[in-house]
Design a protein around this ligand. Sequence first.
Ligand code: NAD
Length: 476
Amino acid sequence: MEADTLEPPLTTGDGSDRGQPPNAAALVGGLRTYFRSGTTAGLSWRRQQLRQLRKMLEDNESRFLQALGDDLNKAPQESYMTEVSAVCGDIDHALKRLKNWVKPRRVSTPLVAQPARSYVHPEPLGVILVIGAWNYPLQLLLSPLVPAIAAGNCAVVKPSELAPATSALVAELLPRYLDNDAFACVEGAVPETTDLLEQRWDHILYTGGGRIGKVVMQAAARHLTPVTLELGGKSPCIVADDADITVTARRIAWGKFTNAGQTCIAPDYVLCSSTTADRLVPAIEAEVRKMFGDDPRQSPDYGRIINRRHAERLAAYVKEGEVAWGGQVDVEDRYIAPTLLRGTGTDAQVMQEEIFGPVLPVIELEDFREAEDFVNRREKPLALYVFTADSGTADRILNRCSSGNACVNDCMMFMAVHELPFGGVGQSGMGAYHGEHGFKTFSHYKAVMKRGYFLDLDLRYAPFSRRKFKLLRWLR
Ligand code: NAD
């Protein structure tokens, strides 16, 4: 049955029907009908929805911080920084720039097509599906929703079932704040997501692992639906001998152990010389002690692993090298200590798979120049980090190594720059969002030419002649 021939779903807007629409086809059909009404294209409607989304986060900030604490034991300040305020920042940026983003851009029209005016005109795509992941369960769900709204679309967000408290809270609150005819939150795991993926969408943005990324892309291909895949991978952190060890150690420790290492752009492993490793490892240890104390398990600021399965996976990694610091594991408590490994072989599991947890192998290279080859022999990473005092070294590595994103002398901070696209390359993903890049992802840039009836040159019309041909060559 054609999805768009179905009646729109009945939504009360009070949250009582939250999370479980009658069926996915009816839901998408209803949203598409509303999209066709043209309401979502209006600039003031878009602004109002963005303000409402912000209001939802502000009114319920403490509940969101609590839910994120329940799911991942995130400290309130960390949740505020990396989830709530990150989305609010995206909203503020979109509200500030929207007027500019939606403007049709005039381009020049060649002589042969004159008189006319030509434009690139952004138009909304339609109905968007956003599938979120569990590690930043709020940010990864709502940050893509911001540009979807800004671009004038309807959308369904599907939170990760592995972060149930955040998922339930979004499902409860979203219908109370946003236009229910345009937006819905569908909770669920594989069966619900499979149902959603069977529908025809105008764009799907998925965040998660590459295995399910293929499932999403295959489902999208059935309808020729474009996809943005925000995936992961092993993000290297190259530290040169001339790096400022104290600052480097602090920034790596922050990048690696925030959210207990469950960050797609966390440094996965370090590459450096043995002499640098001898200085860097104790320096990272010192910084971890400053952040989380001598026993990070007691720290209210140190997170837990999302579930037992992942804790067991990480516990196995801890054994794959000489533990230079940390190594304590309590699977029941989902606790894995911040762990520094040395002497790990490159064929160990921990160096084959994305770690996605607080285990940091430090791989020692005999010659620093091997670092580029080491990176290039592996899949293109989501992020690449280079620590060096020499801008020439940094530029050489950035020019030779492909990655979704990169940062010199810091980790992850590029995420704070709204004008930068966020996305992977190769196995770490395709497409990007954030700021105007997100607006572009959820828009179609339509080519528009406007002409009047004046001056209708006969050059293109038969019968052709030598005169017309000559004139055509001259005008081209
Ligand atoms: P996950 O288990 O939360 O799965 C992601 C989403 O896929 C969830 O909403 C889930 O319900 C859905 N899903 C799971 N199985 C499915 C199936 N068979 N069919 C349809 N949908 C299904 O997250 P994950 O995959 O464990 O996430 C970890 C990975 O995500 C890591 O590789 C990490 O690097 C990557 N990641 C990337 C980003 C990014 O922005 N690039 C951000 C966070 C995580």
